[in-house]
Design a protein around this ligand. Structure first.
Ligand SMILES: [Fe+2]
Length: 218
């Protein structure tokens, strides 16, 4: 490796660390803003479960596929393909639907309408296929989901459900997985021209807004 190349890798690694710090902070802020499940009405709990399902069931694989198409490095492709394979092989949309059915929270037209605009913004962002912002967004989302699962499980339990496969599977903290994801981000940053913070976190901001909209119907 030339010294110039070594310098590039080092600066990308510190950039990746600061990206990780930022998305960790966004995650902490979102978790801290969640309403206490015990203070919510049954209808408010149902609404959160239903809007979450309306967003995740039909879109997560689309988002991941968009990430796969966007990236150019072998590291990122391999990492995203592992994720897609698991989603399809273990039928995660089916797991999501069973979770919603058991919690009596199948999304209605109104639930879908409540998240429509913010969901559309995330879809269009993914459709631009911009590698680094898409990988940053997926890294944020994976980290957030895992931390959000105990909350989602509690809402479902309070709605009388004991079907917890979805929240159990997605609540596992996998340190190796996170490290690999950020290595993939490193590889993509090496391939692509540098972006401003606004460009880098555009998808994170859109997804944060969508998650807030899941928690509180607009
Ligand atoms: Fe999944």
């Amino acid at each position: 490796m030339t010294s110039a190349a070594a310098g590039l890798v080092t600066s990308n690694e510190s950039k990746t660390a600061s990206i990780q710090a930022h998305i960790d902070q966004v995650t902490e802020d979102l978790l801290a803003s969640l309403p206490d499940p015990g203070q919510l009405s049954a209808e408010e709990r149902r609404g959160i479960l239903a809007r979450y399902t309306a967003v995740l069931e039909g879109n997560f694989i689309y988002w991941m596929t968009g990430a796969y198409i966007s990236v150019g490095s072998d590291e990122a492709r391999a990492k995203i393909m592992d994720n897609l394979r698991e989603e399809v092989r273990d039928c995660h949309p089916g797991m999501m639907r069973r979770f919603a059915i058991a919690a009596h929270a199948i999304p209605t037209d109104e639930d879908a309408q409540a998240v429509h605009r913010n969901l559309m913004d995330v879809r269009l962002f993914i459709g631009r296929l911009s590698a680094v912002p898409v990988v940053v967004t997926m890294a944020f989302f994976e980290g957030f989901i895992q931390r959000f699962m105990p909350y989602l499980a509690e809402l479902a339990q309070r709605q009388g459900s004991s079907e917890m496969e979805y929240t159990d599977v997605h609540g596992v903290c996998d340190v190796t997985h996170t490290q690999e994801l950020f290595r993939a981000l490193d590889a993509e940053m090496t391939l692509n021209p540098p972006l401003s913070a606004k460009e880098t976190f555009e998808g994170v901001e859109l997804l944060r807004t969508l998650i807030q909209n899941i928690v509180v119907a607009a």
